[in-house]
Design a protein around this ligand. Structure first.
Ligand SMILES: NC(=O)c1ccc[n+]([C@@H]2O[C@H](COP(=O)([O-])OP(=O)(O)OC[C@H]3O[C@@H](n4cnc5c(N)ncnc54)[C@H](OP(=O)(O)O)[C@@H]3O)[C@@H](O)[C@H]2O)c1
Length: 296
């Protein structure tokens, strides 16, 4: 099977460049310079030339706070870019696996979100990602939208890297403890996409339940709990000499231009029933990421 990956210089996209050499599939990766998803003509040209059976879209505008002052750019990439891919996939009968986000929800409920729960983004980034989901569903039946949350990996910027940097600079740190979610490894997301692609290759396309799925790590925690684990592991693995003292703070004490969902928990049951994929243990992946960071 030929799989075309976009956004291959991002956290998730980069994982495909690592998986490609040993994959049973022919995985071709494009970074932003190789394929700008906002360029509709180029998207068509590349997808027609490559003739992939599956396209995995890891390209996105992910600067959550900056999106508040750059809504046009966020929508051009996250909505029009996604639509361009879906439209080109339809022309070559390819499946589109597209990554989306917990930010499509308001985050004001008390239990993990199911795929059918009402959306209600509270910022531009979430609105633009939701517009991308809607555009894909309108353009292309053969799509899987994989909503995920709290992504971390060895490549790129994320909460783990921020904690390591701040931990090296400071003796004391305030970390938010009133937002619930699940850290999710970029590698876990890439593996999940490839397992979905394998299932698509093995099954009759009529037997695939296209649409939206949730995938995140396990167990659920707060940013504060995640930070505690990061520092425990970082000290144990000699990435830091000492852990800073962590102080739990509320979201109100850490104001940001874009509001964060208090509840980012995603129920992953639908993915387990349809694709036999269960959430990864983020503590294991955290250890692997820290070992890679240490090697670098
Ligand atoms: N990060 C999170 O915590 C999180 C949480 C939930 C969902 N997600 C979703 O997960 C997916 C992957 O996120 P990530 O963390 O891997 O993001 P990331 O590290 O920011 O990577 C996104 C990649 O997209 C590329 N890109 C931006 N505009 C593009 C364009 N017009 N054409 C082609 N490529 C373009 C960027 O290129 P440059 O490298 O040149 O900038 C970057 O390499 C996204 O859909 C995101 O919305 C992320």
């Amino acid at each position: 099977m030929k799989i075309l990956v976009t956004g291959s210089n991002g956290q998730v996209g980069h994982e495909f460049t690592l998986l490609a050499p040993q994959s049973q599939h022919n995985i071709v990766c494009f970074d932003r310079h190789g394929l700008d998803i906002t360029d509709a003509a180029k998207v068509k040209e590349v997808i027609h030339n490559e003739q992939p059976q599956v396209v995995i879209n890891c390209a996105a505008y992910t600067a959550v706070d900056k999106a508040e002052s750059e809504p046009d750019t966020a929508f051009t990439i996250n909505a029009s870019g996604a639509e361009n891919l879906a439209s080109a996939c339809r022309e070559v009968n390819a499946v589109l696996i597209h990554i989306s986000t917990d930010y499509v929800f308001a985050g004001d409920t008390l239990s993990p979100y199911n795929e059918s729960d009402p959306t209600g983004p509270s910022g531009v980034y979430g609105e633009s990602k939701l517009a991308g989901e809607i555009a894909i569903a309108q353009q292309l039946e053969q799509h899987i939208i994989l909503r995920t949350a709290w992504v971390f990996g060895a490549h790129g910027n994320n909460f783990v890297k921020t904690m390591l940097r701040l931990g090296a600079e400071r003796d004391e740190l305030g970390v938010v403890n009133d937002q619930l979610g699940a850290p999710t490894s970029a590698k876990g997301i890439a593996d999940c996409c490839l397992t979905i692609a394998n299932t698509i290759a093995q099954r009759n396309k009529q037997d695939i339940a296209w649409g939206i799925y949730h995938y995140s790590g396990a167990p659920y925690t707060e940013w504060f709990g995640f930070a505690e684990h990061i520092f425990d592991a970082a000290v144990r693995l000699n990435l830091l000499n000492n852990a800073p003292k962590l102080n739990p703070i509320s979201s109100d004490q850490f104001p940001t231009p874009a509001k964060r969902p208090a509840n980012s928990r995603l129920s992953c049951d639908k993915l387990a029933s349809n694709f036999e994929i269960v959430p990864d243990d983020w503590k294991y992946h955290l250890e692997q990421v820290l070992l890679t960071v240490r090697e670098k």
